[in-house]
Design a binder for this molecule. Structure first.
Ligand code: MG
Length: 379
């Protein structure tokens, strides 16, 4: 029997798949958490009649709809969410999008729970503060991000790694020149070739800012220096990542591009269970690997620079990216402007080393304000 699950970001892509996995495993669901008190959240509440249902945001009238559907099982506000992730013995699947996922991750780890982490911003933004909560609370992090799940599994019995190689699909604009990307639209940027994902992560894949976030995430998860973490473009997304060992061996993790596999593994680890996915075959498959065109996908080098600076810099990278991606989706910023905003935010922010969650949150908020003013200056 699997431990009870708390699913954060329940109406999003990762959250919905996590609930499908819970149903498939027969795992009890302790709480279902989303930001908006939507009809979709109420529907999930009906589907899991024993779960607490928490909406952290929304107006009073919007909340009424969920209360009418679910009665006393409906709870509201950030404190209700934090209360649910602190319930001892639960597995917290964090599928929140963006830096908003930090507080819940830290609370879960402080309570000694397992954090099945899809919210990569937790480690990018919180870094050392999150690792401190992990050490103090005695919880554990099992990554859900496909690349990190692969590395986590490979490193379980590989011995020490010399290098980590994160694979990247290259996104919808692989092979394009810089000039080709001046006028691309959100619709073009949202069309990811191999993975079906949420909106922000799809744009981040098109700019490769997502791979930059993943490099920083890998640094904190596995403790290797940035110069030992590489990125290679692998358009088929079949090899999810690789570990390079001291004797020259490369270990690779392969499989279908279906997020239910890493989500389920993060729940069942160290055990494995059958996943209800399409049969996967290597027959007829050609695997290709190429280097990243760093003059086109500048966000990747900016992420390495932010990682190397450490302290507040990765949080600034992330906040500027979130603000710029939103502006791009709303047609207020060009596609190439996203990396430009990140670069200028990193240059002009005041560097510091946060020592707790509240300081991290303040850095994030200041960086958003800075990035918003930079976006306003561009358009
Ligand atoms: Mg990934």
């Amino acid at each position: 029997m699997t431990r009870p699950l708390v699913v954060l970001g329940a109406t999003g892509s990762i959250g919905r798949q996590a609930l499908d996995v819970a149903e498939h495993l027969g795992a009890p669901v302790h709480a279902i958490v989303a930001r908006a008190p939507s009809q979709a959240l109420a529907d999930l509440g009906r589907r899991f009649p024993d779960a607490r249902v928490v909406a952290t945001g929304g107006s009073l009238s919007e909340r009424r709809e969920v209360t009418e559907a679910l009665g006393a099982r409906a709870e509201f506000g950030t404190d209700a969410m934090l209360d649910s992730v602190r319930v001892p013995g639960t597995i917290v699947v964090n599928g929140i999008v963006g830096a908003a996922g930090l507080r819940a991750s830290v609370a879960a780890l402080e309570a000694g729970n397992r954090l099945a982490l899809a919210n990569k911003e937790t480690l990018v933004v919180g870094g050392a503060v999150v690792l401190d909560a992990l050490a103090r609370g005695g919880g554990e992090i099992v990554p859900v991000d496909s690349e990190h799940s692969a590395l986590f599994q490979l490193l379980l019995d590989s011995g020490p790694a010399e290098r980590l190689i994160l694979t990247a699909s290259g996104g919808p604009f692989r092979g394009q020149e810089r000039a080709d990307l001046e006028d691309v639209t959100p619709t073009q940027a949202l069309a990811h070739p191999t993975w079906v994902m949420g909106r922000r992560i799809s744009i981040d894949s098109a700019t490769m800012a997502n791979k930059g976030l993943e490099v920083i995430e890998a640094h904190f998860l596995f403790g290797l220096p940035y110069e030992s973490i590489e990125v290679v473009v692998h358009p088929q997304s079949t090899v999810h990542s690789l570990v390079v060992l001291g004797d020259g061996s490369f270990l690779a993790h392969l499989g279908a591009t279906d997020m239910r596999i890493p989500i389920q593994y993060a729940i069942t680890h160290p055990e494995r269970s059958v996943t209800p996915v399409e049969p996967f075959s290597l027959e007829g498959l050609t695997l290709g690997f190429e280097s990243v065109d760093r003059s086109v996908f500048r966000a990747l080098d900016l992420a390495y620079a932010a990682g190397g600076l450490g302290g507040s810099a990765p949080a600034v990278f992330n906040a500027a990216d979130e603000v710029a991606v939103e502006a791009f989706l709303q047609g207020r910023l060009g596609f190439l402007g996203i990396a430009e905003i990140i670069e200028r935010a990193l240059e002009s922010h005041e560097w510091s080393r946060p020592s707790g969650v509240e300081e991290v949150v303040a850095i994030d908020e200041r960086a958003r304000t800075l990035a918003a003013s930079l976006v306003a200056g561009v358009c």
